[in-house]
Design a protein around this ligand. Structure first.
Ligand code: TGC
Ligand code: FAD
Length: 390
């Protein structure tokens, strides 16, 4: 019988491309996920709660704002950030979502576009997990087209008056600050709305079948008075929020690899133990083809993300390149999760096995941060020079 000496999670030996520091980060997050996070995730998913008790440990490991230099942040490279996302999402997409939003969608724009005062005030407590952020871009009338946002702000003396609503916002009800993008006479600006500002309310979205171990909320602004000092001075226009999305989407390309690996690992074990028609399922041709296809997709995703990370660290990353990988890797992961669920048969609908949880989570992941169609059209626009969104 042929025995594979390759790592089934890494057929192309991609780990040999990582530096010792990158491997150390990956392994320390992996240990945390195995020992601390995984024992909680299934119940958190079933209970529809985010396991907030993990936040201090996530912070202690330096996973919040990990790419930022200074401000109590770890100053790690993009590959490390990717590996952090991969290992966290091997646990659960909700956990990776928490870190994506805090790091890429709130800390990054404060670091990239904020004033010195805003950076000093918010980045260190956010790195320590003492302040939690959320990112408000999507609105009820259509998330794919954020340029059509209705939330708006007008100047009033030295302050701004903010009105509108945001929908589907990760961390919303547990956030100490919301980074809210709103239309103004001076273009789209980013506002730091603090949780106790009068007129600002949040409401948790209940009854989700996906990303249940994550808080998702609506944000409402009724004449909220925001001081000028809470407006990000360094950016105006859609470029502001979209450049945050580029950071977070990059992390997602890695994250979903972790979810896919968790599913493949589960079915590799299961199909060796499950005996049908007198032989283990793993010994049948069709099952092997399906497992091989999962491996092909994971390997392709790993290579895309690795290349993307190196380009990013070289400062040459283009949003279209991120779109291609977000599309490819999310599609790969959700197909792997769905097929894994099927290979488990009836057991596949039980939370005792990870695929159905990942499969349901990935319905959100393939939708948020730009749906699959948005990323396909972004690549199409790059190839043809024609904008087909409208
Ligand atoms: P368009 O004309 O293409 O661009 C407007 C300006 O933005 C610049 N730009 C980007 N900059 C950085 N990164 C990107 N990815 C960028 N894409 C565009 C562009 O250069 C331009 O700059 P300037 O200076 O010339 O004005 O804008 P458009 O209105 O045609 O829209 C294009 C489109 C459809 C791709 C965009 O609207 C889009 O990406 N839509 C999807 C929205 C989305 O992804 N929302 C996600 C919300 S946040 C979220 O889901 C968090 S989930 C987190 C979690 O829990 O993990
Ligand atoms: P729509 O934009 O209404 O899209 C509906 C359908 O139309 C999709 O299939 C889409 O692909 C398709 N479509 C759109 N445009 C076109 C076109 N031109 N041609 C053909 N088809 C098209 N947002 C935030 O701002 N912050 C967050 O923290 C956040 N967290 C989220 C957490 C979860 C769990 C979820 C589910 C969403 C979250 N979102 C967040 C919102 C997310 O980004 C949006 O759901 C997403 O961008 C899609 O927007 P929509 O839901 O309004 O769908």
């Amino acid at each position: 019988m042929a025995t594979s000496r390759l790592d089934p999670m890494d057929l192309y030996d991609i780990h040999s491309e990582f530096s010792d520091d990158e491997l150390m980060v990956r392994d320390s997050v992996a240990r945390f996920v195995d020992a601390k996070a995984l024992p909680l995730m299934r119940e958190a998913f079933e209970q529809h709660t985010f396991p907030q008790e993990l936040v201090p440990q996530v912070a202690e490991l330096g996973l919040l704002g990990s790419s930022i230099e200074g401000y109590d942040c770890a100053g790690l490279n993009s590959i490390c950030y990717g590996l952090i996302c991969q290992e966290l999402e091997r646990g659960d997409s909700g956990l990776r979502s928490f870190v994506s939003v805090q790091s890429s969608l709130v800390m990054y724009p404060i670091y990239a576009f904020g004033s010195d005062e805003q950076k000093q005030r918010w980045l260190p407590p956010m790195a320590r997990g003492e302040a939690i952020g959320c990112f408000g871009l999507t609105e009820p009338q259509g998330g794919s087209d954020p340029g059509n946002m209705k939330t708006h702000a007008r100047r009033d003396g030295g302050d701004w008056i903010l009105n509108g609503a945001k929908m589907w916002i990760t961390n919303g009800t547990i956030a100490d600050l919301a980074l809210v993008w709103a239309k103004t006479d001076e273009g789209i600006l980013g506002f730091i709305v603090e949780k106790d500002m009068p007129g600002y309310t949040t409401q948790e979205i209940e009854n989700k079948f996906s990303l249940r171990a994550s808080v998702t909320s609506g944000l409402f602004f009724d004449n909220v008075r925001v001081p000028e000092g809470n407006v990000l001075p360094g950016v105006s226009g859609l470029r502001g929020p979209l450049s945050c999305l580029t950071q977070a989407r990059y992390g997602i390309t890695w994250g979903v690899i972790g979810a896919a690996q968790a599913c493949l690992s589960e079915v590799l074990n299961y199909t060796q133990d499950r005996v049908l028609f007198g032989k283990p399922l793993a010994n049948t041709q069709t099952i092997q083809i399906r497992l091989a296809d999962m491996s092909r997709r994971i390997t392709t995703a790993q290579l895309l993300s690795l290349r993307l990370g190196r380009i990013k660290d070289a400062g040459k990353l283009k949003p279209t390149q991120v779109s291609l990988a977000k599309w490819n890797n999310c599609r790969a992961a959700i197909d792997i999760a769905r097929d894994s669920r099927d290979i488990l048969g009836g057991a596949g609908i039980s939370a005792e096995y990870v695929p159905i949880r990942h499969m349901l989570n990935l319905e959100s992941v393939i939708t948020y941060e730009g749906t699959e169609t948005i990323h396909q059209l972004t690549v199409g626009r790059e190839l043809t020079g024609v904008n087909a969104f409208g």
